[in-house]
Design a protein around this ligand. Structure first.
Ligand SMILES: Nc1nc2c(ncn2[C@@H]2O[C@H](COP(=O)(O)OP(=O)(O)OP(=O)(O)O)[C@@H](O)[C@H]2O)c(=O)[nH]1
Ligand SMILES: [Zn+2]
Length: 373
């Protein structure tokens, strides 16, 4: 019989994550939300906003509107260098805000780059939280923001707007990881590992589930083989040759099948945490000559946006504290160790290039520091 754990806290979700879930849904629909902070802002993603959303910002704001971009995207739009370590770069927007097409093009380097000459201005203090909402919604990190009028909630136009505390957006990844709950467990014999079980984990956002693929009884081993695998729709499911994910996933399961024990954590962190759509955009940029790292940055994302709290929380729930980690990525070793997992050995997990992914693997070695060869 399946053992079902209870959701921690109320079934309505802890207040600190609930407003963020709702803000993510609004962001994806292009509906502005209010970022609650000392100087509250009305914000909306450039990628999804429509004319109605922009009108709402015009009505409810009492100061200049700006387009916030990450420094890597801003440098391309402005065609000059910017402070690379700044949390965000702010570009002035003319009022009234009417041009949704220009906003989308400024956000997305895969669209035709017909852009006006933008001027920069000082970004508002909550810029990091504003861009974080775009990223959490797996949209391009480009946000239209403006100071919101005091008393906005009592105005007719503002009555339906959601307020989300800036601090909750920033704390969200950690809060979400600590809300993970085991929800289903069942035997699924695999071709390469007969004695396999799946254990599904769900977070309070009810988003895509994370999965543990358990072979044998890793929790009973001193230091079992573990693979932390970020999902890759193209590589794992379709057998895309652009990456090495498919062979790494199958190879890990086969190795655990041979050893009789192990755990693959199959994490919903597609595209190193940027989401499938953005990974496909990154592929478009790679076809134009960028490598996998620069393509992420050109879209406004960091090279790797994953956090290891989810993997650490799952291992904890599975009763696994010491591991032999199958990876070539030294950042995974560091990241997991920082979350309290003891890695007694890094086990190399290399697969030969296939004639298509050669430069991808080369970039991982040269620019991500992967320990290959
Ligand atoms: N953004 C982006 N993500 C990619 C690209 N190619 C593959 N990915 C994603 O990278 C992730 C694969 O990472 P992992 O298999 O965890 O491996 P890794 O960090 O390379 O380290 P290893 O443990 O050594 O394999 C998957 O989520 C893929 O979707 C790409 O060109 N751009
Ligand atoms: Zn892949």
């Amino acid at each position: 019989m399946t053992k079902l754990a209870q959701n921690p806290g109320s079934t309505l979700g802890t207040p600190r994550t609930r407003a963020v879930h709702r803000a993510i849904a609004e962001a994806r629909r292009g509906v502005p939300v209010v970022l609650a902070a000392k100087h509250p802002l009305i914000i909306v993603p450039a990628e999804t906003v429509g004319a109605e959303g922009l009108r709402l910002i015009d009505t409810l704001s009492n100061g200049p509107a700006v387009l916030l971009l990450s420094p890597s995207r801003a440098a391309a739009v402005l065609q000059h260098e910017v402070e690379a370590k700044a949390p965000a770069i702010a570009l002035k927007l003319a009022r009234p805000l009417i041009d949704t097409e220009t906003l989308k093009r400024a956000a997305d380097p895969t669209l035709e780059q017909i852009l006006p000459r933008f001027e920069t201005t000082a970004p508002p203090p909550e810029s990091e939280a504003a861009l974080a909402l775009g990223k959490l919604a797996r949209l391009l990190p480009a946000m239209v923001v403006a100071p919101v009028k005091p008393g906005w909630a009592s105005q007719k136009a503002g009555a339906d707007l959601l307020a989300v505390p800036a601090a909750d957006l920033l704390a969200y990844p950690l809060n979400l990881a600590s809300s993970l709950t085991r929800v289903a467990e069942v035997a699924v014999p695999l071709d390469a590992a007969r004695d396999a079980r799946l254990i599904a984990f769900r977070a309070l956002d009810q988003g895509i589930e994370h999965m543990a693929i358990i072979v044998g009884h890793p929790e009973a081993q001193e230091a079992p083989l573990v693979r932390i695998h970020s999902e890759c729709f193209t590589g794992d499911l379709l057998g895309s040759l652009r990456c090495d994910c498919g062979p790494q996933l199958q190879g890990a399961i086969a190795r655990m099948g041979r050893e009789g024990n192990g755990a693959v954590l199959y994490l919903a962190q597609e595209g190193r945490g940027i989401g499938l759509i953005n990974k496909l955009r990154a592929y478009t940029l790679q076809d134009e000559g960028l490598d996998t790292l620069d393509a992420n940055r050109a879209l406004g994302w960091e090279a790797d946006e994953r956090n290891f709290h989810i993997a650490a929380a799952m291992l904890e729930a599975l009763g696994i504290h010491k591991i032999r980690l199958l990876t070539n990525n030294p950042e995974k070793v560091k990241g997991l160790a920082a979350c309290g997992i003891e890695i007694v050995e890094r086990v190399p997990h290399e697969f030969a290039p296939n004639g298509v992914n050669d430069s991808y693997l080369e970039t991982k070695a040269k620019r991500f520091g992967h320990l290959i060869g």
